[in-house]
Design a protein around this ligand. Structure first.
Ligand code: HEM
Length: 321
């Protein structure tokens, strides 16, 4: 049989390379079904053990995930440690309060997965699945996490400071941070419902309790008392949702109109006419909140991801290969 002329061979090669690239770049829910069949089981076991022994892990992991994704995409850049020549995201001032338990969970899952299927599962996928599974454990909604993210090779603390929202920012700036990344105002409000779980350190709000007239007066007093040891004891913190602190529900939204929000940015969601209608909607209707939160989390989990050759599968999550 006559061999194809060189130009056709080249074309065939190019088509094959392109097809391989497309396959490599495509995300799917069952991405590891063949390459790591025990992926789901290992994740489930690790997450359940960790959350039972350290119940603050779930909220901590959710915040770590949000900070990772909003800083140049869900690529596990937040998990990298600083080196002698690079100050990593994790060491940005805004990330210093990210809890160790969340990082520990990812190390545990990665260790178990490397043992079962070496060089196969990315840290970015581990973080995305851990977040979803922990949310479900707290009573939150389930959503499909598409898999096949790669891990970034870059992590810069300077970027974290400019990319992440602060509770003292005016609402226009908060909205700007979300809309620049393709999230609507309604999606921003839904995602902020994450503050139905977890803690805030006194440092984040206590300077403002006297000036912020939106606090319920008795709640303001209680917060002042809880934070009276600050700043001598910078670890002091309070629940974000005083009604049901460990349950993922819509009580956060019900708290806001009563002045029971903790952060200035929480109060602003109710006080700003652009966001208030969505606070009222989610306070009334937990199903709607769950639906919108799940959709927004799925969208967040795909934000700025690296696939194919744009990233790598790290051997350990705190260092590039
Ligand atoms: C709207 C802008 C937002 C601002 C200004 C903000 C700010 C903050 C601050 C200051 C804390 C307290 C951290 C500490 O003291 O340790 C916090 C906690 C938390 N945030 Fe946000 N956040 C925002 C949006 C979000 C979003 C979109 C998510 C997730 C989808 C999220 C998830 C969390 C969680 C789960 C906690 C509790 C963390 C823990 O218990 O360790 N936040 N946030």
């Amino acid at each position: 049989m006559a061999s194809a002329p060189p130009s056709s061979s080249l074309l065939i090669l190019l088509i094959l390379a392109f097809a391989a690239l497309v396959c490599e770049s495509r995300l799917s829910a069952d991405y590891y079904v063949k390459s790591c069949p025990r992926f789901n089981q290992i994740m489930q076991d690790t997450i359940t053990n960790k959350q039972i022994t350290s119940p603050t892990t779930a909220a901590g992991t959710l915040r770590v995930f949000f900070h990772d994704c909003f800083n140049d995409g869900c690529d596990a850049s937040v998990l990298l440690s600083s080196t002698s020549s690079n100050s990593a995201e994790r060491d940005a001032e805004i990330n210093l309060s990210l809890p160790g338990d969340a990082f520990d969970l990812i190390v545990r899952a990665k260790t178990a997965l490397e043992f079962a299927c070496p060089n196969t599962v990315s840290c970015a996928d581990i973080l995305a699945v851990a977040t979803r599974d922990l949310l479900t454990m707290l009573g939150g909604p389930h959503y499909t996490v598409y898999l096949g993210r790669k891990d970034s090779r870059i992590s810069k603390s300077s970027l974290a400071e400019s990319n992440l929202p602060r509770p003292t920012m005016p609402m226009s700036q908060l909205i700007d941070i979300f809309t620049k990344r393709g999230f609507t105002i309604q999606e921003m409000v839904a995602l902020s419902g994450a503050h139905t779980v977890g803690f805030s350190h006194c440092k984040e709000f206590s300077f403002n309790i006297r000036n912020d007239t939106h606090y319920n007066p008795r709640f303001a007093q209680a917060l002042q008392q809880a934070c009276s040891g600050y700043p001598q004891n910078p670890t002091l913190s309070v629940f974000n949702d005083i009604m049901t602190p460990n349950k993922f529900d819509n009580l956060y939204f019900q708290n806001l109109p009563k002045g029971l929000g903790v952060l200035e940015s929480d109060h602003s969601l109710y006080n700003d006419p652009r966001t208030r209608p969505f606070v009222e909607l989610y306070a009334k209707d937990q199903n709607k909140f769950f639906q919108d939160f799940a959709k927004a989390m799925q969208k967040l989990s795909l934000y700025g991801i690296k696939t194919g050759r744009k990233g790598e599968i790290r051997r350990r999550c705190d260092a590039v290969n």
